[in-house]
Design a protein around this ligand. Sequence first.
Ligand code: PLP
Length: 362
Amino acid sequence: MKTYQIPMVPGPVSVSREVLEAGQVNFGSADLEKDYLELYKATEKALRKIMCTKNRVVIQTGEGMLALWGALKSCLLPGDKVLVLSTGLFGYGIGDMAEAIGCEVRTLGFGFDETLADFDLIEKVIREFQPKMITMVQNETPSGTMNPVAEIGALKLKYNVPLLYVDAVSGIGGSVVKTDEWQVDLCLGGSQKCLSAPASMSFLSVSDKAWEIIEEVGYVGYDALAPFRDAIRNAYFPYTPYWQGTAQLYRACELLLEEGLPRVIARHRKVAEYCRKRILSMGLKLFPVYDAVPSPTVTAVYVPEKMLWKKLDAGLREEGVVFGGNYGCLAGKVFRIGHMGTQANLDLVKQAMDILELRVKK
Ligand code: PLP
């Protein structure tokens, strides 16, 4: 098994010993034991704090994509209108998923290196198209950019759009996420990013309006949200919950809340600023060159000219550093430095930057 001394992949991130150990227990059956219900409730409460919401938080066995699919399938029917606001791979991907469900999708697409900014255009499209759901990504991991949710939430409210769906998988626990203040109905997260637990759990907040729509839609499936509405009250889950995974997610939330959410967010911001400064000072080019809002959890960097990503990656791995490559149109051109969760650590990023600097100067 290969492990790296300086892990800098933007998820799954390095898991602390405390979080790993929280899962090293021979728990009983989560279907039968009251203790599991208590753990689920405590985890939900902790996630509510981290996501700034009073809404119910559904916790499922799986990872981020489960939340993305489950929320779409539980809320949408073929023919429903979905407005997709996209500035990157996950933004466009969500549009493809809604299309696969048979929805009428209108995509307002911007560059992968952009941040949503043309609110007049967005408002015009909302007014004309009258979607049932608006989708967007708060933190586009492949691009290293952030999108403003508050402004879209205000438009959702102004035009009575029933649902705002926000992929915050790589932002929750490393950046400001104000689910309720931003009018988010479905705020989606995963355990393996800023929370730094293994890639085993997904979670999402569900507003009252979203629950109403979930009932109307009546979607039945492994990823369905409906059975979670009364799971605690009835002490009945749709499948055997993953106790170890929930325990690790809970411990990860506890560690975060012990440090304090504002401090955690400030740590991410500081580390990201340092990372960007070092990248520029070694003569490399950040991917969003112009005025996109840079992500505090991941930095995207152009592969230096005349260098192959494959070769650079292999050389860095030899020295114990592993960054993330990229996907789609960014594959081979842009790589990513994941400074989220446990990896939002100034010393770690400094070591990674020192090694990268030597490599690119070779
Ligand atoms: N959304 C975003 C923005 C992501 O970065 C990712 C993973 O990289 C996902 C969704 C999917 O999460 P997972 O890989 O945990 O399924």
